[in-house]
Design a protein around this ligand. Structure first.
Ligand SMILES: [Zn+2]
Length: 76
């Protein structure tokens, strides 16, 4: 299953939207977004890659230089 990474229209945080889904709910502010109305920054992201992609975007946006400590969302 593949996802697109969209930016929430309300808070600007990245969120994953399943391909084919018309809406996604922002994990940060809970705002419901229309997929077609959001800025799409990545497409065709494999579901297993979504957590690491979001973590990378988050750390990039925070201006962090720490490369060795990526957040492990999956726990594997
Ligand atoms: Zn939001």
């Amino acid at each position: 299953m593949q996802y697109s990474v969209l930016l929430c229209r309300k808070c600007g945080q990245p969120g994953a939207c399943r391909n084919g889904s018309k809406t996604f709910t922002c994990a940060y502010c809970g705002s419901r977004n229309t997929a077609s109305g959001c800025a799409r920054i990545l497409v065709n992201v494999e579901s297993r890659d979504v957590p690491s992609v979001l973590a990378r975007l988050k750390s990039a946006r925070a201006g962090s230089c720490r490369k060795s400590k990526e957040i492990n969302w999956t726990g594997s």
